[in-house]
Design a binder for this molecule. Structure first.
Ligand code: CU
Ligand code: ZN
Length: 181
């Protein structure tokens, strides 16, 4: 009984006390983030946070956002560390140090910054954890933490994961500059 109550209290603490960090599969918080991005909408309001973490088991992106249209949305790391409202064009193209084509399902791809579509629930929120190529958080040319800066961008439409250069994913509706913690 007592341990059950403790577990419940711990779980509540984990949800409420970690500032948007997504718990891992076993309920334990992920490793300390190496970078974060405060996600803003076209009006500049903060709608959530992204955390990039490295662990022995790999690299992970935790993303917690709200106030978005329900459905599937393209999600990418873009090549510039700038999120100028309202269109976020300042984030540039997809992060693509290997000069590949766009899309996780493109035989000539993908861009290093290509990510799976983000599924937003009916209430406009998403709280998810995505496995990343560990090289993205490393120190080599594929790192998104280089001096040039990068940004995480959410699009209006789903990414078809094939059409170069951006998967027909439409306007940019949210953006966050990725910053080392
Ligand atoms: Cu994008
Ligand atoms: Zn791409």
């Amino acid at each position: 009984m007592r341990s059950e109550a403790m577990s419940a209290a711990m779980a509540l603490f984990a949800i409420g006390g970690c500032g948007g960090r997504t718990p891992g599969p076993d309920g334990q918080p992920l490793e300390k983030p190496v970078a974060t991005a405060e996600m803003i909408d076209a009006g500049g309001a903060q709608i959530g946070v992204a955390t990039f973490a490295s662990a022995d088991t790999g690299a992970t992106l935790g993303l917690s956002v709200s106030g978005l249209p329900a459905g599937s949305h393209g999600l990418h790391v873009h090549e510039a560390g700038s999120c100028a409202t309202p269109d976020f064009k300042s984030a540039g193209d997809h992060f693509n140090p290997g000069s590949k084509q766009h899309g996780l399902e493109n035989p000539a791809g993908p861009h290093a910054g290509d990510l799976p579509n983000l599924r937003v629930e009916a209430d406009g929120s998403a709280d998810t954890s995505i496995t990343l190529d560990p090289a993205l958080l490393g120190t080599g040319p594929r790192s998104i933490l280089g001096s040039q800066g990068t940004a995480l961008v959410i699009h209006a439409a789903a990414d078809d994961q094939r059409s170069d250069p951006s998967g027909e994913s439409g306007d940019r509706i949210a953006c966050g500059v990725i910053e080392r913690t």
